[in-house]
Design a protein around this ligand. Sequence first.
Ligand code: 3PY
Ligand code: MG
Length: 258
Amino acid sequence: MSDGGVIGQLAQALIGRRGALSAWVGVNDAIVAETLAREDFDAVTLDLQHGAVDYAGAAQAMLAVALAGKPTIARIPVDDVALASRLVDAGAAAIIAPMIDDAAAARRFAEHIKFPPLGRRSWGPRAAQSLTGLEGADYMRGANAVTLAIAMVETREALAALDAILATPGIDGVFVGPNDLSIGLSRGDAIAPDGAEVERALGEVAARAAAHGKFAGLFCPDGRRAKWAGERGFALRTVSTDLALLRAAARAELAAAR
Ligand code: 3PY
Ligand code: MG
């Protein structure tokens, strides 16, 4: 029986609590995703919410990332569960769904990632079968354990419903968006992703996720924050973004040149 191939690596890292550091890609080009996958990241996250990545670009990027031996995570636009289901067919190891505010939204999302009895994912795992090393009924029976549904916690409402979201069948973990969370907590007064209010909330999210036996993740703008988050129990940490890395390298090299 396959261990889930390149897709299964992510569940092993996150559910096994070893944790995973993921690159973050918003450029709609498989070469960018593959280039980062060939660095020492455990996974690559494609951003279809705020990034320029679309379905066709993601489908190609996931194969390029898999060639580098890494799993892909995809963040979908708000409420786009139809796209979530296409992305898991195309080989995503996990889907991150933004702005999940209550158990009903969490359930609706998870249902499209998981086959019965956990959900009602529709059959058609085009690339996912070869990337897991599972075929037909074996894939159907094995997919729920290795194809992860991750709900974003990034509003006041989500914090209030945290236990209900974490208890939702099919939800494997939660992922905090600290920018939106800071906007929500300050009622639109500030963007302070590393402010005191967000920090308090992060402690709560890590503790509640652990109590439910699920993993927590955090969007981190740099490696230092990712290390900090790892020490506070966040298993999934995304590190910087493709464009931020490009900008920082350009600035550093130009400063050295002048
Ligand atoms: C946030 O910080 O709100 C995010 O969604 C990170 O991309
Ligand atoms: Mg957000």
